[in-house]
Design a protein around this ligand. Sequence first.
Ligand SMILES: Cc1cc2nc3c(=O)[nH]c(=O)nc-3n(C[C@H](O)[C@H](O)[C@H](O)COP(=O)(O)O)c2cc1C
Length: 358
Amino acid sequence: MNCFGVKFRVTTFGESHGNAIGCIIDGVPSGLEIDESYIQNEVDKRKPGLTKFATQRKESDKTQILSGVFNGLSTGVPIALVIFNENQKSNDYENIKSLFRPSHADFTYFKKYTIRDYRGGGRSSARETAARVAAGAIAKKLLEKFNIYVKSGVFAIGGIEAENLDFEYANTSEIFALDKTKEDQQKEAILRVKKLGDSIGGCVFVKVANAPAGLGEPLYNKLDAALAAALMGINGVKAVEIGEGVNVSRLRGSQNNDQMDENSFLSNHAGGILGGISTGEDINLKVHFKPTPSIFLEQQTQNEQNESVKFNLKGRHDPCIAIRGSIVANAMVSLVLADMLLLNASSTLENLQKIYGK
Ligand SMILES: Cc1cc2nc3c(=O)[nH]c(=O)nc-3n(C[C@H](O)[C@H](O)[C@H](O)COP(=O)(O)O)c2cc1C
């Protein structure tokens, strides 16, 4: 299961300390402008080593287009993108090569495959998500053609929540903070745990603006289910909320219903999705990231010989994965929306007749 999407279909490859990571994107319509610098700009937002709030692994993450683009336009054939790994420090992982980091995927990959690339977490590392962001950039280009914009930012760090959502500001913030007035407290919370050798969880907000009503495939590829699956597929995501989210279980129908007048909905508790199909209102999502598993405090674990061992970790890790995770969440939502847009082209006879000029 290294493929994602039905019509806008992405297959990623690569490991944290292998030669390269990358992806093949199938289903991109021909004639879409594919600008290498636009893709690079998106990939750079997720790049490690940029600030003290991210891992210090230094990667240029230079993204190369290998196929599927001619004279700046997609040709309709698979687009292959590759990013070469440059700054692997595999020795950092020597002392943990036969033991399982608590809360990481080391244990489960070993149980499933009985062999694992322990260097930097191998394929389970979030290094793979750079390829998703590169693919997501092409999805965003397609969405922009229809004035659909996917915006994102960090909503909360360790329970310190934004009160205003300023997506423009988030683009300029070192931690992609949505609320300037909470940013310093959020930064301090990260630096405090980092100093202790610990890590911290966070919540990301994603908003899709201008999605038309009618996107989503009932019953087994509902828009809300597809978005939740895509977001839960990001390393470290433990919960996704749509619209009112977990709060719905505390509300009455009269509080949660979105009433309508002749023009529009009068509220948006639904988060822009009803019956698995977009309503035309903003799609609002909250994505909850756990604290980074790799911490620098002494911990107890098990090794491959079933012995209990104490260990201290070396290496470079994000103190808070929600920060770079916000860029990955944006990419995954863009990929789902692009897929739904293509799928919807054949939803009515009228649409088909338009396509074939009948
Ligand atoms: C952008 C991003 C960066 C991450 N960086 C790290 C890291 O530096 N160290 C680490 O242990 N986990 C990191 N993770 C999380 C792990 O990859 C993830 O927790 C692990 O694969 C186990 O999967 P699970 O948490 O989904 O169960 C990162 C996740 C994301 C999305």
